[in-house]
Design a protein around this ligand. Structure first.
Ligand code: GBH
Length: 459
C-alpha cells in the first residue's frame, strides 16, 4: 500500500521550447531571433553551439509525436517561435510559419495528445531587439498582436494557452547579467524588461480572453529561497530581498496586489521608474486560470557580502551571498532538493490563494550516453539518477497536494535532449536521448519509468 495516487484528471506530459529543438532556423520565412544572434557571438554559448539544427524537430515532428504517444504522454507543452510567425516581430503574419504549428497540433490531436502552447520561450525577433527589445514598451504591445495572430490559427484546437516562459530569465539573465540573449548587463534595463514582459503578458491575456480563450496563464520559475541560518536576522533580510526580486515582483502584480513597496524602492535605486504608467498594474492583473511553476533547485542566501554568485539579481552584490550548492547535484551543478518544491508550492498556495498551479517544468541534466557517442553501449540509457530525481520531485508534488495545494499537473523537462541555452548541447535534460550526429532518438530508462507512472496515475 505504499502507492501514491495523484488526483483524477491530473495532467501528465512533457515540455520543450522552439529554439531548443526545432532547428530549421532559415526555413519557410523565419526571421532571425536574439538567440540566433547571441549564439553566434563569440564566448556566449558553449563551443559556439547554435540552434540551427538542434533536434531537427521541425522536420521530424511527426515521428516525435508518434514517440510521445508510445511514451503515453497525455499533454505536450511546446512553444511557438515568434520569428516564424512575424519574421520582423510586427506586421503581416507569415502563413508558412503558422502552417508548421498547425500541422503539429493536428498531429498531436490525431494521437490523442493535448497541445499546451507557450507563446514566448525567449526567441524574440531580432528586429524588435534592435528597437530596444523588452526594455521598450512597444515590444509588449507587439507581443499582444502576435498572440492574437497565433490564436487566430490554432485557437479552434488548442485549449491551454500561456503567454511567457520564465520572464525572470528573460529580464535578469537577458538584460541584467548577460548570460542569456540579448546579453546586456544593466540593472535598469533588467527592471524595465521585467515590467514590459509583465505588461506584454497582461496585454496578450486581455486580447486572448476577448477572443474567447478559456484556459490562460503564464509560467514563472518561482524560487524557494531559504536562509543560510534560520536564526539570523541578516539572513532573513536577504531572503526577503531575493524573494522580492524573484517572486513577489512577478506574483504580486499578476494577482492584483501591484508591485510590492520594498521592491519598488529597490528598483528606484537603479532606474527612474518612468516606464511604470498609470493603468499598467491593472492590465498586468488580468485574471489568469493557471500558473505554471518551473522548479529545479532551491536557493540558500545569507545577509553578508561574499561568495561568487548573486549577480543575477541587480543590486544584491555585496549584500547577499548565495551559498554554493551542496549535497547531491545535477550535471548543471544545481542542488537536488525535492523538499524545496513542496515548500514552494505550499508558499504560493498560501500567499496567492485561488490560483491553480501546474508544474510546467521539472527535471535534471545528467551525463547520458547512447548511439554513436557510446559505441560499446547496450542501446539502453540507464539514467537511474534522472529516475531518482523525477521520483523524488513527484513525491514532493504529491505531498503539497496532500496538504491542500491545488496542483493540476506535471510536465517533465524535457522530452528530448536539446540546446541548453548558454550550455549548448553538452547538458542533457531529455527523457529521450538525442544522438546529434544521426538525430536518432533513444528513450531512456526514465521514459519507460515515466510511462508507467502516467499509466498508473501514481508511483
Ligand atoms: C528552464 O530554465 C527553461 O525554461 C528551459 O528552457 C531550460 O532548458 C531548463 O530550465 C533547464 O535549464 O545557477 O545554481 O543559482 C531554468 C533556468 C534554472 C535559472 C535555475 C536559474 C538558478 C540555479 N533557471 N537557475 S543556479
Amino acid at each position: 500500500m505504499s502507492e501514491l495516487r495523484f488526483p483524477e484528471n491530473f495532467v501528465w506530459g512533457a515540455a520543450t521550447a522552439a529554439y531548443q529543438i526545432e532547428g530549421a532556423t532559415q526555413e519557410d520565412g523565419r526571421g532571425p531571433s536574439i538567440w540566433d544572434t547571441f549564439s553566434r557571438t563569440p564566448g556566449k554559448v558553449f563551443q559556439g553551439h547554435t540552434g540551427d539544427v538542434a533536434c531537427d524537430h521541425y522536420h521530424r515532428y511527426a515521428d516525435d509525436v508518434a514517440m510521445m504517444a508510445e511514451l503515453g504522454l497525455r499533454t505536450y507543452r511546446f512553444s511557438v517561435a515568434w520569428p516564424r510567425i512575424q519574421p520582423d516581430g510586427t506586421g503581416p503574419v507569415n502563413p508558412r510559419g503558422l502552417d508548421f504549428y498547425d500541422r503539429l497540433v493536428d498531429t498531436l490531436l490525431g494521437r490523442g495528445i493535448d497541445p499546451f502552447v507557450t507563446l514566448y520561450h525567449w526567441d524574440l525577433p531580432q528586429t524588435l531587439q534592435d528597437r530596444g527589445g523588452w526594455t521598450s514598451r512597444e515590444t509588449a504591445e507587439h507581443f499582444a498582436d502576435y498572440a492574437v495572430a497565433v490564436l487566430g490559427r490554432l485557437g479552434d484546437r488548442v485549449r491551454t494557452w500561456t503567454t511567457l516562459n520564465e520572464p525572470w530569465c528573460s529580464a535578469y539573465l537577458g538584460y541584467g547579467n548577460g548570460v542569456h540573449a540579448p546579453g546586456e548587463r544593466d540593472a535598469g534595463a533588467a527592471f524595465r524588461a521585467v515590467h514590459h514582459l509583465l505588461l506584454g503578458h497582461g496585454l496578450a491575456t486581455r486580447a486572448l480572453r476577448a477572443a474567447g480563450v478559456a484556459t490562460l496563464g503564464l509560467t514563472l520559475n518561482p524560487a524557494d529561497v531559504q536562509p543560510a541560518d534560520a536564526d539570523s536576522e541578516a539572513d532573513a533580510a536577504a531572503v526577503r530581498l531575493v524573494d522580492g526580486l524573484h517572486n513577489r515582483i512577478f506574483l504580486d502584480p499578476l494577482t492584483g496586489a501591484g508591485y510590492p513597496e520594498d521592491v519598488l524602492e529597490h528598483v528606484a535605486r537603479h532606474v527612474e521608474p518612468t516606464f511604470l504608467r498609470d493603468g499598467d498594474e491593472k492590465i498586468i492583473a488580468a485574471p489568469i486560470d493557471l500558473l505554471g511553476v518551473n522548479y529545479y533547485s532551491p536557493a540558500y542566501v545569507a545577509g553578508r557580502s561574499g561568495g561568487a554568485g548573486g549577480s543575477a539579481y541587480p543590486g544584491t552584490e555585496g549584500v547577499v551571498e548565495f551559498l554554493p550548492p551542496v549535497g547531491p547535484l545535477t550535471e548543471m551543478g544545481w542542488m537536488i532538493e525535492p523538499a524545496g518544491l513542496t515548500r514552494l508550492l505550499e508558499r504560493i498556495g498560501a500567499d496567492y490563494p485561488g490560483l491553480p498551479l501546474m508544474i510546467t517544468e521539472n527535471g535534471g541534466a545528467f551525463p547520458d550516453k547512447a548511439g554513436a557517442e557510446d559505441p560499446d553501449g547496450t542501446g539502453r540509457v540507464a539514467d537511474t539518477d534522472r529516475v531518482a530525481y523525477l521520483d523524488g520531485h513527484l513525491r514532493a508534488v504529491h505531498r503539497a497536494i496532500a496538504r491542500g495545494v491545488d496542483v493540476r499537473g506535471y510536465l517533465v523537462w524535457s522530452l528530448l535532449d536539446n540546446f541548453e541555452w548558454a550550455e549548448g548541447y553538452r547538458k542533457r535534460f531529455g527523457i529521450v536521448h538525442v544522438d546529434y550526429l544521426t538525430q536518432r532518438r533513444t528513450p531512456k530508462e526514465s521514459a519507460r519509468w515515466y510511462r508507467e507512472v502516467i499509466s498508473r496515475n501514481g508511483l
